[in-house]
Design a protein around this ligand. Structure first.
Ligand code: ADP
Length: 269
C-alpha cells in the first residue's frame, strides 16, 4: 500500500489527484497508527545503529513541502527516534550573498552525509526549482537547466553509497489555510507567521504546479520521491517512519565482523 506513495521514474506526480487527507496503508485510525509509529521508530533506531557501525553507506532524507506542510514536525516526531551522534538536520533558508555567489548546489553539497551518517535536509536544492520558479528569482532557462544538474548530483551521491529518500509532504490548500489561521490566532505561534507566508498561500496552486514538474523529472530508482499525504499529522509521521524503515531495511547495513579480542579475557567474567 505504501508503494503507491512512491513516484516511479518518469511518472507524473499528479498532485491534484492525490488526496492529502487520505491514509493509505495505515494500520488503523489515529491511536493504532501512533502506536505503530512508536514501534517503527524503535526499528529505525536499530537500523541506524547498524548503518553507523558499518560506516560504509549513508542516508540522505530530503523533506520538502509548502509552508506549514509539517517539515519541522516530521523532524520532531520521526527523526527524534535516531541517535543524535549519527544524525544531522540541516535547514536551508533564504540563500545568503555567499551562497548566491556560487552554483546552487554548493551550499547543499557540503552538508551531505558522510559514511555511517543520516542527514535530513529540511528544504533543500529543490527550493531552487520550486520557490525560485514561483517567485521568478531566476529566468526560466536557468531553473529548467537545474534538473539535469540535480539528477547528476544525486547520482554522484548514490554511487558513493548514499541512499536518498525524498518526501514531499502533501497538504491541501484548506489545511494550509487552517494552519496559517492557527498561527495568526495563537500568540505562542504567531512568531512563525510572516506576511510572505500569506502571499505564498495565495499562490498555493503555483507551488503545486512547480512541485508536479520537479518531482516528475527527478524521481529515479535510486533517488525516489514519495508523496506523503500530510493533512493528518499522525499519518504523515507513520508514513515517513515506514518509508525510512523500508529504505534502510533494503540497504541492510551490517555490524562489522570483528574477531574476538584475546586480551579481553583479562577482564574476567
Ligand atoms: P521555514 O519556513 O521552513 O520554517 P524559514 O523561516 O527559514 O524556514 O524560511 C525558509 C524560507 O527560505 C522559505 O520561504 C523558503 O522558500 C526560502 N528558501 C529556501 N531556499 C531558497 C532558495 N534556494 N531560494 C529562495 N528562497 C529559498
Amino acid at each position: 500500500m505504501l508503494q503507491q506513495l512512491r513516484v516511479r521514474p518518469g511518472d507524473a506526480a499528479n498532485l491534484a489527484e492525490r488526496e492529502p487527507g487520505s491514509t493509505p496503508g495505515a494500520p488503523g485510525g489515529r491511536a493504532e497508527t501512533e502506536a505503530a509509529t512508536a514501534a517503527q521508530l524503535a526499528k529505525l533506531s536499530e537500523l541506524q545503529e547498524r548503518l553507523y557501525a558499518e560506516r560504509r553507506r549513508s542516508l540522505l532524507v530530503v523533506l520538502q513541502g509548502t509552508d506549514t506542510s509539517g517539515k519541522d514536525g516530521t523532524v520532531r516526531h520521526v527523526i527524534r527516534g535516531l541517535d543524535p551522534s549519527g544524525t544531522r538536520v540541516v535547514a536551508f533558508g533564504v540563500p545568503t550573498a555567499e551562497d548566491l555567489a556560487h552554483d546552487f548546489l554548493w551550499r547543499v553539497h557540503r552538508h551531505v552525509p558522510k559514511a555511517g551518517e543520516v542527514v535530513v535536509f529540511n528544504r533543500s536544492h529543490y527550493e531552487d526549482v520550486t520557490t525560485v520558479r514561483v517567485k521568478e528569482l531566476v529566468p526560466e532557462d536557468v531553473w529548467k537547466a537545474r534538473f539535469e544538474h540535480i539528477n547528476a548530483f544525486e547520482r554522484l551521491l548514490v554511487h558513493g553509497g548514499t541512499e536518498i529518500v525524498k518526501c514531499f509532504l502533501h497538504i491541501s490548500e484548506r489545511e494550509q489555510a487552517s494552519r496559517l489561521r492557527e498561527r495568526a490566532d495563537d500568540p505562542r505561534k504567531r512568531w512563525k507567521l510572516t506576511s510572505a507566508d500569506l502571499i505564498d498561500h495565495g499562490r498555493f496552486g503555483d507551488y503545486l504546479d512547480a512541485y508536479d514538474f520537479a518531482i516528475e523529472r527527478t524521481s529515479t530508482d535510486r533517488s525516489p520521491w514519495w508523496i506523503v499525504p500530510a493533512d493528518h499529522k499522525w499519518y504523515r509521521n507513520w508514513a515517513v517512519a515506514e518509508i525510512l524503515v523500508t529504505t534502510l531495511s533494503e540497504t541492510n547495513p551490517h555490524y562489522p565482523l570483528v574477531p574476538p579480542m584475546p586480551e579481553a579475557a583479562a577482564l574476567g567474567d
